[in-house]
Design a protein around this ligand. Structure first.
Ligand code: PMP
Ligand code: GLN
Length: 382
């Protein structure tokens, strides 16, 4: 028998719930992906670039035209001039970017702070690097950073803090004041940041995403990660990027060049074209997704679920304690899928130790209006 390096890892909840949705024919509001296509012009551009022979390796750091578009967007959205050459690296997905950043930083014995509930890919990446995650629960009910707990969790072994804003699964946003507070807390320590900002453009009600890229002090020690998959409705393209100061990017690239070497070439060409031709796409995203959030929440107002509208991401949490307080959230997600035809994600799986009375499930509202209406009808009937 092989001696597993990840003995506690099984098949992810996202795969399991999507599979159960398929088996049962349930509407799949579990795993986070749109049930609609990316922009036609973007999809068409891929075919055009394949036909034009853009099918061999791209430069290791990413197609220059795409890195330049990312730099232009960062300047436009966050007011920072980053070098397309030395500070931006295109990766096959944000997951790979996060993995490479962790491998770049973490040595055996190092500690990494993650805030629970947290995305599932962080901890296995830390463990494979020989590090250990220290889980700091976010405050309730607003999923904000609990500064006392964070401060208590820091040790001389702390090498990295992983931030995620907008936050999966809660949709919570980190504010500039919180980033300032964090900067003060880690100022004299040898601690780096990975800032997972894959939902950077999915922010609602007029709020602004506060990127670590825009924080002068924190950026100097940060790897900031994003995903074209979320921004352009093409999660299956697995194309993302990481922005970091030149010295950090140089180290990350040493890892990236031996994990994948480069991203997928024709996809990078298509994304670069589309970003040139449609800079308005990212500006329209908040309204696009806010309309979906509001439709879904307005319809759910007639249900027995209770919720506060998500501030960001394409996920909506809902408390089901008025419906089946006897079920934990894993059982509830299965019951909703099997008995009521709507697949969801239980929130407890994002915790090392979930609060005992947690009665929250996560719905993905990156769906066509028709899907959201059908799902809401089923949920309101419970
Ligand atoms: N981080 C978070 C918080 C996510 O929700 C996702 C979505 N799967 C990722 C990272 C990974 O993005 P990608 O699909 O580009 O690897
Ligand atoms: N990020 C997606 C989610 O939270 C899942 C991606 C995956 O399945 N790995 O639903």
């Amino acid at each position: 028998m092989i001696n597993s390096k990840l003995p506690n890892v099984g098949t992810t909840i996202f795969t399991r719930m999507s599979q159960l949705a398929m088996e049962t024919g349930a509407l799949n509001l579990s795993q986070g992906f749109p049930d609609f296509d990316g922009p036609q012009a973007l999809c068409d551009a891929v075919g055009r670039h394949i036909a034009a022979g853009h099918n061999q390796y791209s430069p290791m750091t990413g197609l220059p035209a795409l890195r330049e578009q990312v730099a232009a967007k960062i300047q436009r959205c966050y007011g920072r001039a980053v070098s397309a050459d030395s500070e931006i690296t295109i990766t096959p997905g944000a997951t790979q970017a996060i993995f490479c950043a962790i491998q770049t930083l973490i040595r055996p014995g190092d500690e990494v702070i993650v805030f629970d509930p947290c995305y599932d890919s962080y901890e296995p990446a830390v463990e494979l690097a020989g590090g250990r995650c220290v889980h700091v629960p976010l405050g309730q009910p607003d999923f904000s950073i609990d500064w006392q707990r964070l401060s208590d969790a820091l040790s001389p072994k702390t090498r990295l803090i992983i931030l995620n804003s907008p936050h999966n699964p809660s949709g919570a946003l980190i504010s500039r004041t919180e980033l300032d507070h964090l900067a003060t807390l880690i100022r004299d320590r040898d601690i780096y940041l990975v800032s997972d900002e894959v939902y950077e453009h999915l922010v609602f009600d007029g709020a602004q995403h506060v990127s670590v890229v825009s924080h002068e002090e924190l950026y100097q020690r940060a790897f900031v990660v994003s995903s074209f998959g979320k921004t352009y409705h093409v999660t299956g393209w697995k194309t993302g990027y990481v922005v970091a100061p030149a010295a950090l990017s140089a180290e990350l690239r040493k890892v990236h060049q031996y994990v994948s070497f480069c991203g997928v070439t024709p996809l990078q060409w298509a994304l670069a074209d589309f970003m040139v031709e449609h800079p308005e796409h990212v500006e329209q995203l908040p309204a696009f997704y806010q309309a979906k959030r509001d439709l879904f929440c307005d319809l759910l107002a007639d249900s027995r679920f209770s919720f506060t509208r998500a501030a960001g991401t394409f996920f909506q949490l809902a408390d089901y304690s008025a419906i089946r307080d006897d079920l934990d959230d894993v059982a509830m997600s299965e019951w909703l899928t099997r008995e009521h035809g709507v697949a969801t994600i239980p929130v407890s799986v994002f915790y090392q130790q979930a609060p005992k009375d947690l009665r929250l499930v996560r719905f993905c509202f990156a769906k066509r209006e028709e899907t959201l209406r059908q799902a809401a009808e089923k949920l309101c009937a419970i």
